[in-house]
Design a protein around this ligand. Structure first.
Ligand code: URA
Length: 228
């Protein structure tokens, strides 16, 4: 909620003083009723018109990377009332996650209010690579790696070729360009790798780096422009 004159000014129409003038002249309506009270509060669902024309706030575009902690869901309304990643973001505008990470997966999650940017990243045609780190207590064989690379049947769907390598003892890096539900977990299960922890560290050219768990930051201009 904000005062009507401030709302008009923040829509970029005019200054607050000029807004007061328009209001006192009876040129402003809220939900089609003329309002002459400059201090009248405006709600998000109110329709404000000046001279019969609807005015709206020019929404600033926000691009965020979050290091998602385990235990958070990526939907904003959860039927079981579980904690949501959007509760970790303190912004004036509403942002939503680009794609999903399951509740027990941690790491890089992008959020935005820019539909075009979101589509660019999500569109299967763009085949954006996503890099995951799997921690396991299974001694991984070359055969398991080769199967994951070739593609495995995760319940009626054969995964596309992936890039897979052992990075350290008990740690596997898997890069996929698709995003079926719980895909990495299912891939590991199918080949008999016991997944202890799953973390996403990269989307396209955007790296998580050393951002702390539960913290977020804005993407740089370069990250935003060169994501693919
Ligand atoms: N694969 C998974 O299993 N979970 C995710 O959250 C993302 C990819």
């Amino acid at each position: 909620m904000e005062r009507l004159n401030k709302y008009i000014a923040s829509c970029g129409i005019c200054s607050r003083r000029k807004a007061d003038e328009l209001i006192s002249k009876g040129k402003v309506t809220i939900n089609d009723k003329v309002v002459k009270d400059m201090g009248r509060q405006v709600n998000i669902e109110d329709i404000v018109k000046i001279d019969g024309k609807i005015i709206t706030k020019e929404e600033k575009k926000v691009y965020i990377m979050l290091n998602k902690p385990k235990g958070y869901v990526t939907t904003s309304h959860d039927q079981f009332n579980r904690k949501s990643v959007v509760d970790l973001i303190d912004e004036d505008v509403r942002v939503y996650p680009i794609g999903r990470l399951d509740m027990y997966t941690e790491g890089l999650l992008l959020l935005t209010n820019d539909g075009e940017f979101s589509n660019k990243i999500m569109h299967p045609h763009n085949k954006i690579e996503k890099t995951y780190i799997v921690t396991t207590d299974t001694k991984i064989s070359q055969e398991q790696i080769e199967s994951l690379k070739r593609g495995v049947d995760i319940g009626g769907y054969i995964t596309k070729p992936a890039k897979v390598k052992i990075t350290k003892n008990n740690t596997l890096e898997i890069i996929i360009s698709e995003g079926k539900n719980r895909q990495v977990r299912k891939m590991c299960e199918v080949v008999g790798i016991n997944l202890l922890n799953l973390r996403r560290i990269k989307i396209g050219n955007i790296k998580l780096g050393n951002l702390q768990s539960g913290k977020y930051r804005y993407l740089t201009k370069e990250e935003k422009e060169n994501v693919i």
